[in-house]
Structures are given as structure tokens and as C-alpha cells.
Design a protein around this ligand. Structure first.
Ligand SMILES: *Cc1c(COP(=O)(O)O)cnc(C)c1O
Length: 383
């Protein structure tokens, strides 16, 4: 064993001792709602494919046609020769859906935030993040070398008091939050955050990974509020309700052009494969025309929360907080034995002491499976 291997083995042992070691499990998703694991077919409540579009015939056909026409890869960064003609179409669909002048597509949602934030703020600037904001918002803020502060989850008063204290010493300020929180499924108070941003001369960035296709008539979290707030920076991912892969920013033309010139994860990374871009276009077509489809994930989540006696779901995500990592692991195993794939989420993905089951509801889940899962959670997991 080399010193490096000993170092790695020791770190893994530490994780194992705290029930925090993770392992990859082969999982074959055979359609939008089922997955094969350990030779068993399970109903999955752990995929973010909220509209099951990853297996939609129209989406697959679009990907195959693009692959036949343009090949498997983009061949280079988009600023070199990787900007195949499908990008412009995808970006105009995204801008239209989000109500902005322009959009910019990245390799993934993580890459988007790792590029957007450092392109807009730096050492002299302030970044204020909701404490439960996604890991890639934190990564972007740290890469920017900005002064990063966390405000308590969805606590506008706390955000306002931090801004009152720290905003004056900084040139520019960015407030960033998830629109729908990935581990709790609740919505950020975007109208209040937008007002706060305007009042303090700050810029609001909303990560809408779990909003697009699910809330606000499918248009995302900005449109989930009666008063549609001004959100100058709407980013998100094509890997959840859109069913494929990729990230995006929707913003004004000026901001998008700056991002294309300054975001390092855009400039120095290869463009998405043509098939992936074509799939996203086809999926967005379905999201913008099928008003009924986009209501289903949340309707299913609410059917579950009602039956399980939990607080009403606000999105497609429902947390069942259990506390310790071993409790969450035991609950996941119990559900797997009953034919359900529900993954336990442990620190550091969630705060210490809040290990949980995180359930993700999709358009295609059958009522009978939702009801059975609710019964198990109510009578066996929470009892
Ligand atoms: C999944 C997720 C991302 C990352 O998106 P990818 O395209 O998977 O890299 C970013 N933000 C939030 C809130 C997410 O849940």
C-alpha cells in the first residue's frame, strides 16, 4: 500500500464508522418509474425525471435523429467549433419559457453555477446564500473568491440584516437561492427576495433545478408566485424534469453575452452532444404544450402527503426526516424489501441530525403504488 492508498483507506474507514460511506449500486432505469437493482424490479421514488421524459418516444426519436445527423460529440468548446445549430434553438426555447431576452446552455447545472457566479462577482463583492442552497451555488461562490455569507433558510429578515451590515463594504452583491429546495421540496419566498434585492442594489440568482416542468405551470419557480417577481438570473438544469443532461442560464442579452465571454466552465469545456441538445428541445416542447402533464408530479406528491399524514407537498419532492443516518438507511432498506426504491439522504447532503428519505414524485407514478408507499411510511417508518 502506498502512502496515498493508506490515506484514502483511512478516510473511508472514518466515513464507514459514521455510517456516511457511500457506494455505487448498479441501477438500470427501464422506464420513467421503474429501476432494476440487485435483480429486482423496483418502483423508483428517487429519480428527478419528474415528467418521465427520459423515456418519452418523441424525446428519444429527436436524440436519435440528431445523433445520426451530427454525430456523437460536439468536437470542441462552443466558442471554437462545438456550437452545432441545435444550441440556438434550445436557447431560444428556454428564454421564451422563462420570459427572458436570452439564454446560455452549459454542460451541466453544476458547471453553470461554477461558471456564472465567478463571471459576475469577485474579491470585492458579497454573495449571500440560503443555507440550504445547492452545493454548486457554494462552489461557484467560493471559486469567485467573494465574501460568502449564509442566511438562515428562507429567513428574509436574516438576509436583510446581513445585507444591512455587510452590503456597504462591497462593490456588488449577489443573493442566491434554490427556487425549489432539493432536499426539502419547499419554495423560496422569491417575491420578498426580489424586493430585498432591489432595495439593497443586489442581484438575485435563482437555481430552478427542481422547479422547471413542475411548478408555475411548468415554467418554474419564478412563475409559482401570484406576484411574478423580477429574477434577473434564472439558472437551472436539463437533467431533471427535462429528462436529459445540461445546464442553463436565462437572463438579459447583455448578461448572457458577458457569460459567454467570461464563464470559464462555458469557455473551457466541450459543448453538449447534439443528441442531448435535441432531446432537451423535444422535452421543452412537451413541457410548454402539455398543461396537464406538468401538474401531475405535484398532484402525486400531494396524494402521498395526504395519505401519509405529512405537511402538504409544495413541489414534487417530499422529505421524511428521520434524524440519524442509520435510521434513514434502515427505512430505505425496509422500503426496498417492499419493492420501492427510496434512497436515504445523509450528511453532508443534509445538515447533521436530519438524515431522511427524500421522495421524488413523477407524472407516471400509479395511484396504487403511491398509496401503498404512504401506508408503509405512515405505519412502519414513522410509527
Ligand atoms: C441537481 C441540481 C443541480 C445540478 O444540476 P446538474 O445538471 O445535475 O449538474 C444544481 N442545483 C440544484 C438545486 C440541483 O438539485
Amino acid at each position: 500500500m502506498t502512502a496515498l492508498d493508506r490515506f484514502a483507506a483511512q478516510k473511508l474507514q472514518d466515513l464507514e464508522a459514521r455510517q456516511l460511506r457511500r457506494r455505487l449500486v448498479d441501477t438500470a432505469r427501464t422506464d420513467g418509474t421503474h429501476a432494476m437493482r440487485n435483480e429486482r424490479r423496483l418502483v423508483s421514488f428517487s429519480c428527478n425525471d419528474y415528467l418521465n421524459l427520459s423515456h418519452h418516444p418523441q424525446v428519444k426519436a429527436a436524440a436519435i435523429a440528431a445523433l445520426e445527423r451530427y454525430g456523437t460529440g460536439a468536437g470542441a468548446s462552443r466558442l471554437v467549433t462545438g456550437n452545432h445549430p441545435l444550441f440556438a434553438e434550445l436557447e431560444s426555447r428556454l428564454a421564451q419559457l422563462k420570459g427572458t431576452e436570452a439564454a446560455c446552455v452549459f454542460g451541466s447545472g453544476y458547471l453553470a453555477n461554477a461558471g456564472i457566479i465567478p463571471a459576475l462577482v469577485g474579491r470585492d463583492d458579497l454573495v449571500l446564500l440560503d443555507e440550504f442552497g445547492h452545493a454548486c451555488l457554494w462552489a461557484g461562490a467560493r471559486l469567485a473568491r467573494a465574501n460568502v455569507l449564509a442566511f438562515r433558510h428562507n429567513d428574509i429578515d436574516h438576509a436583510a440584516s446581513l445585507l444591512a451590515e455587510y452590503r456597504p463594504q462591497h462593490a456588488n452583491a449577489l443573493i442566491a437561492t434554490d427556487g425549489v429546495f432539493s432536499m426539502d421540496g419547499d419554495l423560496a419566498p422569491l417575491p420578498a427576495l426580489s424586493t430585498l434585492a432591489a432595495r439593497t442594489d443586489s442581484w438575485l440568482l435563482v437555481d430552478d433545478a427542481h422547479g422547471l416542468g413542475v411548478v408555475g405551470d411548468g415554467r418554474g419557480s419564478r412563475f409559482a408566485h401570484a406576484d411574478v417577481p423580477d429574477v434577473p438570473l434564472q439558472m437551472g438544469t436539463l437533467s431533471k424534469a427535462v429528462g436529459g443532461y445540461g445546464g442553463y442560464l436565462c437572463a438579459s442579452r447583455a448578461v448572457i453575452e458577458l457569460i459567454e465571454n467570461r464563464a470559464r466552465s462555458f469557455i473551457y469545456s466541450t459543448g453538449l452532444p447534439p443528441a442531448t441538445v435535441a432531446a432537451a428541445i423535444a422535452a421543452l416542447d412537451l413541457i410548454s404544450v402539455d398543461r396537464e402533464l406538468v401538474t401531475r408530479p405535484r398532484r402525486n406528491a400531494r396524494r402521498f402527503t395526504r395519505a401519509a399524514g405529512l405537511a402538504e407537498a409544495q413541489s414534487a419532492i417530499v422529505p421524511v426526516v428521520l434524524g440519524t443516518a442509520d435510521k434513514a438507511l434502515a427505512a430505505a432498506q425496509l422500503l426496498e424489501d417492499e419493492g420501492f426504491l427510496v434512497v436515504a439522504i445523509r450528511p453532508p447532503s443534509v445538515p447533521d441530525g436530519t438524515a431522511r428519505l427524500r421522495l421524488a414524485f413523477t407524472a407516471g407514478h400509479a395511484d396504487i403504488d403511491i398509496d401503498r408507499l404512504a401506508e408503509l411510511v405512515r405505519d412502519r417508518v414513522l410509527a
